[in-house]
Write a protein that binds this ligand. Structure first.
Ligand SMILES: [Zn+2]
Ligand SMILES: [Zn+2]
Length: 151
């Protein structure tokens, strides 16, 4: 199995929200209102954590809100990403996917079937950092084959 690690260490005061109870605080702090449509889009993302693309989010949201447009879904996703409630998952040569898992985690990308999985990470472990470096946020993508494709 081949695993490539793409590591991006983001310095700064990235706040990590761990509990859904903190969602409202997060929204208030960001000055973004959770409109009905944004709530729907967030609900769709939380319902099935398989990292859908914007188009997939659109198709799923459309089942609940038939009048919603792809443009609106894009706007909702953008606003949710700005609040930090939703993360963008960017993998090379693939459309952006969206993730509403607020726990600190990494993404495992299956190179055969293209599925994306959440894997938990332990902050600051496993990396040999020179003295003086402090990790505030880790964005790590793992690549390889998922259990289904490894058979
Ligand atoms: Zn995720
Ligand atoms: Zn797979």
């Amino acid at each position: 199995m081949r695993i490539i690690l793409d590591i991006i260490l983001v310095a700064g005061n990235g706040v990590c929200v761990k509990l859904p109870g903190q969602i409202s605080q997060r929204l208030a702090a960001s000055g973004i209102r959770l409109t009905k449509q944004r709530e729907q889009v967030l609900g769709v993302l939380m319902q099935k954590p398989d990292h859908p693309t914007a188009t997939e989010v659109f198709l799923r949201t459309k089942k609940h809100v038939s009048s919603i447009s792809l443009g609106t879904v894009y706007n909702c996703l953008e606003a949710l990403v700005a609040t930090g409630l939703v993360k963008q998952v960017n993998l090379d040569r693939a459309p952006t996917r969206y993730c509403a898992n607020l726990m600190e985690h990494s993404h495992f990308f299956c190179e055969r079937c293209g599925s994306v999985h959440d894997v938990s990470i332990t902050m600051g472990s496993g990396w040999e950092l020179p003295p003086g470096f402090r990790v505030s946020h880790a964005d790590v993508n793992l690549r390889g084959t998922c259990p289904k494709c490894s058979e």
